[in-house]
Write a new protein. Sequence first.
Length: 364
Amino acid sequence: MAPKRTPLYDEHKKNDGRIVEFAGYSLPISYSSINKEHNTVREKVGIFDVSHMGEFIISGPDPLSFLQKVTTNDLRKLRYGQAQYSLMCNENGGIIDDLIIYKKRNDYLLVVNASNREKNLKWLKKHQNSNVLIKDISDSIGLLAVQGPRSRKILSQLFDIDFNKLPFYHFQYGSIKGFNAMISRTGYTGELGYEIFVKSKNLISLWKNILSTGKEFGILPAGLGCRDTLRMEMRYHLYGLDIDENINPIEAGLSWVTKFDKEFFIGKSKLAKLNKKSQKKLVCIEMAEKAIPRTGNSIIINNKIVGRVTSGTMSPSLKKGICLGYIESMYYQKKNAIFIDIRGKMKKGYIVESPFYKNGTLMI
């Protein structure tokens, strides 16, 4: 089956986007260079097409009880205009997906990973009851991420809302050039940023308006390549590499979105037992010598393989190799020297605190 295209496919080609297949979509990995786009987001502002993400509306007489059952975080405190990061787990505690839940006026919007869209929909419908309606609206929604320290200045010129009064993980509705948008202060980069939801038919207009207004602020279109390096510097998980159904939230360092004081959620009983003693742990590793760790490389301590790299890259911000990986819990110690087996050569590194990059503008 040929990969899908977002409404911006032709715009990506016009901007010299290098197209690759990702999660069933044809998307740009970069336009200029990954390092240039990465540094532009860290220092100025970049715009990403993330319209491949999945969106579900959960409504009906009692959507809250349903979502409390199928997600790990606690939605009871979520108010209209707020968003929440959460997980869906299977009965064994394995992570089906990580997602963001938006509390709208009378229903909830779930934003899920594109690669898991069909799987998630089946899972939700499996647990659906007569008090819940589930609607997949993914194909009718366009989504842009505007990320970087200058993002607020650009969007303030385009939308009729006060961005200074939009806190982290909150959203508002605004209008631009005659159409409506939902603007959320969320992102995947570790910088001040916003994600903007519009109807698919309005996506090209939104893209062009942001690029035009952002020109004086140094905006650049940014692709999947720098989205990956940016998220890795922040130790943000990527589903399929750092988390999957064989990994549980305790191991992944996601206990903070796993609320055991909830009466029930799928996987709770299994996770409660694991919470007392986890066999492995996700760690951040900084290379001490010139080397780029990659997915699947062995992590070695005291001449023993104790784990594997899940994500690795050369950090454009730190200018050194970094990686995420799982190791046996008994070997975890901050600043512990480790070695990564990279094509048969032992390269030294250290376990460090997360995130790797600590100078972001996320909370300004």
